[in-house]
Design a protein around this ligand. Structure first.
Ligand code: XIL
Length: 329
């Protein structure tokens, strides 16, 4: 069967992306090439994967993903340079103690220069800083080794170093839960203050790890309105619609029910209708995967629980959600 292609259906609106890894660029190759025009490395460009030791970089897997994008004429998003997760301990250590302020910033700069420099002709935009806002409480920033050692200065510096390494790259701040009013406002404040300092930042990434029951569409709209008022581009960077509410820890389901599939289809359609309303500021929508045979949600937040968050099923066949997304086009 010759399916309509998502990347063509939304060609006038935004890019349609998928997160890939070194396995799925093989196992999902045909689906990826058919339907998507952008990819993001799910893990392969993260700090611990490309820079496991101070004097050793390992680019083999990231290179394969960059080559896949080139071979298929796809855009490549870079993910991610500075994060509290998936960063090796050596980065924060020195002798028997903690690295000092200058050492940590020098390491961050070296890392960014090397990684951004290497993919200069492949990666058109980077998630420079990922998830630094505190989820709850009055603090603006999440506690992390980065924050502990450098104070908040690592954030602006990361953007400056990335800009230095590739002045043409679009530089994004990426986070989740921007549909929670308090967190949304904190993200807004951070980015607003970066802009006021003249930091080279060009966009905000909204991850979009959502589910069948939330967040409400109006809260997504609020986030678009608020962030667009900063004059930046927006991207959905990690979209998936889990079948389970976040605090639902049940593990007994071996297949999605008909009701779940229908609800998922309705939600996806609503969400894409909203995305299209904002197509002037929303330049890319990336799913965190492509088909239900592999999703990080099979391991998170419950270790071994199958989930079915994508538009294509485990056999790469279109689900009802796929047809409903096309209806929004
Ligand atoms: C996830 C990957 O999908 C997993 O394979 C890995 O074990 C942990 O990270 N927010 C992000 C992504 O910015 O990098 C995360 O990716 C999912 C949440």
């Amino acid at each position: 069967m010759n399916l309509p292609k998502l990347r063509e259906a939304f060609a006038g609106d935004f890019l349609i992306g998928a997160a890939v890894n070194v396995r799925t660029i093989e196992s999902q190759q045909k689906l990826l090439a058919d339907q998507y025009n952008s990819i993001t490395a799910e893990n392969e460009m993260k700090f611990e994967l490309v820079h496991p030791d101070e004097d050793r970089y390992t680019f083999e897997q990231a290179d394969r993903i960059a080559a896949f994008a080139r071979e298929h004429g796809m855009k490549l998003r870079g993910h991610t340079l500075v994060w509290h997760n998936q960063t090796p301990n050596w980065v924060f250590e020195q002798g028997d103690g903690a690295a000092d302020h200058d050492t940590l910033l020098a390491r961050m700069r070296g890392h960014i220069q090397t990684v951004v420099g290497r993919y200069k002709s492949d990666v058109y935009c980077w998630d420079v800083v990922n998830e630094v806002i505190a989820d709850e409480g009055p603090e603006l920033l999440r506690s992390s080794k980065w924050l502990e050692i450098t104070g908040e200065s690592f954030i602006a510096k990361a953007f400056e170093y990335a800009h230095e390494a590739d002045p043409n790259a679009l530089l994004f701040y990426n986070d989740y839960n921007e549909t929670n009013p308090a967190k949304r406002e904190k993200i807004f404040k951070l980015v607003q203050s970066l802009l006021a300092q003249g930091t080279p930042i060009h966009g905000i990434g909204l991850q979009g790890h959502w589910n069948l029951y939330g967040p409400p569409i109006d809260e997504i709209r609020e986030a678009f309105e608020r962030y667009a008022s900063l004059g930046l581009k927006l991207q959905i960077t990690e979209l998936d619609l889990s079948m389970f509410a976040f605090d639902d820890r049940r593990t007994d389901l071996t297949a999605p029910t008909a009701e779940m599939l229908e609800l998922q289809a309705e939600r996806y359609e609503e969400i894409f209708r909203l995305f299209r309303e904002y197509r002037d500021v929303l330049t890319s929508v990336t799913f965190w995967g492509a088909a239900d045979d592999y999703t990080w949600l099979d391991y998170f937040p419950v270790r071994e629980r199958k989930n079915w968050p994508m538009l294509f099923d485990a056999n790469h066949q279109p689900k009802e959600a796929y047809w409903r997304v096309l209806r929004a086009a």
